[in-house]
Ligand binder design. Structure first.
Ligand code: SF4
Ligand code: SF4
Length: 269
């Protein structure tokens, strides 16, 4: 709290002056891959420490291609701390949301690197124009819920982007889902989506909502949103930064992908 107040006092206004600023130095973010050669089988530390199996080595055992799935990453930082070659480093960018699930998988070999979706490339306003109403369904992640709530505070002020949170799915354009979607929340989640009118989009916010994270494959059948609903944007992180959540809402609602999928029709009551 004190840091936030000092930050606001220094820049003489509460709201962040720059949209989607990089994380400050020393603040841990998602991992990213560089082109620095990996030691391969001689090392293997990242694969061994990753709690969710997000990192894979393939190809030449002495100089492998490293792949890193941000949709499985719980941002523990162990791979960044342990990598002796800086093949894995921290990514300070807050523009981390993507439209397609496969964009969350990064590769160390330059020719296979998939670009991260940037808001700069999203020109179309889509069917929602400049204003969207968001219904949040938390299936069990207090950390991500706190970051979602933070997007509406004076620092991030998501309402200046036309983003508003609503209580009823009848008035919502966006279904924003947090948590791993365990068995008890699967039907309520789908019911909430069915109560929304077209056009509507679904955003999986946080690693648990994307893949189940550490809960994946467990007894609660908690493998994220994708087994239950089509997802239009993915915001990785455990939890994601508020700027990344705003990024996800904007790319989902201003993307051509928004126009895909919207039937059956539901009226707003
Ligand atoms: S930061 Fe992500 S990819 Fe790296 S070890 Fe932790 S969970 Fe795995
Ligand atoms: S920790 Fe770094 S050097 Fe070691 S296997 Fe992983 S990417 Fe390669």
């Amino acid at each position: 709290m004190l840091t936030a107040l000092l930050h606001a006092a220094r820049q003489k206004h509460a709201t962040d002056a720059v949209d989607f600023p990089d994380l400050p130095e020393g603040v841990g973010g998602l991992p990213r891959l560089t082109t620095e050669p990996c030691l391969g089988e001689a090392c293997g530390r990242c694969v061994n420490v990753c709690p969710t199996g997000a990192i894979q080595l393939s190809g030449d055992p002495e100089n492998p291609d490293v792949s890193l799935d941000r949709g499985l990453c719980v941002t523990c930082g162990a791979c960044i701390a342990g990598c002796p070659t800086q093949t894995i480093v921290a990514d300070p960018s807050t523009k981390s949301a993507v439209i397609h699930r496969e964009e969350l998988v990064l590769y160390s070999k330059p020719t296979e690197t998939k670009p991260i979706a940037a808001l700069d490339g999203v020109k179309a306003l889509g069917p929602f124009r400049r204003s969207v109403d968001v219904r949040v369904v938390s299936t069990g992640c207090n950390a991500t819920d706190l970051e979602v709530a933070a997007t509406a505070n004076a620092i991030f002020d998501c309402s200046r982007f036309g983003i508003h949170f609503v209580a009823s799915p009848r008035f919502a354009d966006v279904l924003l889902v947090t948590g791993p979607v365990g068995r008890a929340m699967q039907k309520p989640l789908v019911s909430c989506f069915e109560a929304m009118a077209d056009p509507r989009v679904v955003i999986a916010v946080g690693t648990c909502a994307i893949s189940g994270g550490v809960h994946r494959g467990g007894y609660a059948d908690a493998n994220g949103v994708m087994p239950h609903l089509e997802v239009h944007a993915f915001v990785p992180g455990c939890p994601p930064h508020p700027w990344s959540i705003v990024h996800g809402i904007l790319i989902a609602t201003r993307s051509k992908a928004t126009n895909a999928n919207h039937s059956p029709q539901h009226g707003r009551g």
